[in-house]
Design a protein around this ligand. Structure first.
Ligand code: ADP
Ligand code: MG
Length: 238
């Protein structure tokens, strides 16, 4: 069970206001996509949820509990970074186990957690390889594995597929949707790609210049866009 509520989030960098009064109620097990043009504030909002960036004002609630002042590690949230965030000199096993080593988890428990993640991600026969010996898609799965072992309540993804080629990106969309179903976790996924948003999301948040234009299902956005921006961004010809 993991609901994620954002209450009136505002964020400024110096004199520049980049997020304006953002309130969202994300339901348990939902796959929500933040979509919008480059610079609209997607990454900043995700980093605020993760606790990697402070808000100027506003609250973040997980399961109804205020985590606004909680340390990133204590929020029950895990951010999946792009695959190039792997350690090239460590094996797949050690890359996945890394957060557990930091926590000083005992070896038998660690083995069990890494093996479970590897099974879900079909990496069982790759655990002793180095990232350089893997395909782009496999490397991305290792980065996801590193999040899974921490057993987070909420997964955050910031454009995880943007450095993959088009064919692989298509495959990984399907894999991530399957992962969402098998983990039954709440997921927030950031992209500037409308097609990715429309095909993957339970609900989409359309952001423009730090404001929420609309929050709804792909069908609602497509058939009932609330603003001209949503209509043109989602691609309805009117
Ligand atoms: P997106 O992920 O949608 O491309 P970002 O959240 O990265 O957008 O950026 C939103 C705005 O905030 C941009 O104008 C960007 O230049 C600005 N910004 C992001 N991070 C910082 C920072 N650390 N310091 C100053 N400005 C920043
Ligand atoms: Mg970004």
């Amino acid at each position: 069970m993991a609901t994620l509520d954002l209450l009136s989030i505002n964020k400024s960098f110096g004199a520049a206001k980049v997020l304006h009064d953002i309130s969202l109620a994300i339901e348990d097990k939902e796959f929500v996509v933040f979509v919008g043009p480059s610079g609209c504030g997607k990454s900043t909002l995700l980093r605020i949820i993760a606790g990697l960036e402070e808000t100027t004002s506003g609250q973040i609630m997980i399961d109804g509990k205020d985590v606004s002042d909680a340390h990133p590690v204590d929020r029950g949230i895990s951010m999946v970074f792009q695959s190039y965030a792997l350690y090239p000199h460590l094996t797949v096993y050690e890359n996945i186990a890394f957060p557990l080593r930091v926590q000083k988890m005992p070896q038998p428990e660690m083995d069990a957690a890494v093996n479970r993640a590897a099974e879900i991600l079909q990496l069982t026969d790759k655990l002793q390889l180095k990232p350089g010996q893997l395909s782009g898609g496999q490397r991305q799965r290792v980065a996801i594995g590193r999040s899974i072992v921490r057993n987070p309540k909420v997964f955050l993804f910031d454009e995880p597929l943007s450095n993959l080629d088009a064919a692989l990106r298509g495959d990984m969309r399907v894999e991530l949707s399957q992962l969402h179903r098998s983990l039954e976790a709440t997921m927030v996924y950031v992209t500037h790609d409308q097609v990715e948003a429309m095909t993957m999301a339970d609900r989409i948040v359309v952001l423009n210049a730090g404001r929420v234009e609309q929050f709804g299902t792909p069908m609602e956005l497509y058939h009932h866009p609330k603003t001209k921006f949503v209509a043109s961004f989602i691609g309805q010809p009117n």
